[in-house]
Design a protein around this ligand. Sequence first.
Ligand SMILES: [Zn+2]
Length: 257
Amino acid sequence: MSIHGYLVNLSSSTYEAPSCCSSCMGPRETEVGASISEKSGNVRTRLKMVFPYCNVCAKRARWEKVREILMGGVAALLGAALAIVAWVVDAAAGAPIRFALALLIAAGAAAALAMLTRGSRPALPATARGEAVILRDTRGTVLCTNPQFAQRLAEVNGSTARQGSQRVTVEVWAPIVALLCGVLVLLVWMKEGAARTNASASTNTSTSTSTSTNANANASASTDATASASVAAGSASTASARPASSARPPKPRAKKP
Ligand SMILES: [Zn+2]
């Protein structure tokens, strides 16, 4: 699935490209931009460089760019949507199994879609399913799929061409994106679940005190519990009474009972 070719170091501001298609070495008819963005710390750097193509090869290169954007969105949607289905549909299996299945299916579907939408290998002399020149970093290193073009590009720019490859292709990152989005939903579900168990635990304690007071009327078994509860209630009432009495101390009415 990785793309093999030749790496050439270019100066992003002063580079020159040979006047031929970077994929098939045919006539230069148009240009296609290659872009990359890198983040180091809080600084994001973007670089765009343009390279020559013939019209037929340019069409494939442009489709590859559209496909990358589409696959990013579709993979994210797949991961999130299937995880939400696993969350909402409370049937058949327990939640851990439902989420595991959803994540697996999402990643599998994203990988399958990426493979299905991948451009077919073009007939020689064209060399690239998509882009024939791929930017590898923001310093201006490019990966060329056509060895002849890489050689010419290196010569024109006083550089050298060396073998290299691009491993993280759409087919590789699309299932990872789907998985990550599914895991995000899973994390929200876990957080919600923890909040819900806390909430139900607190309502449980409140209902248990009310039932214990009810039980108090029937049986004396829970007297300890009700006693402590009433002590707590009493201390609460005295605590609330104190500031009121201190607010208006001269009034004797408070002491009446
Ligand atoms: Zn071409």
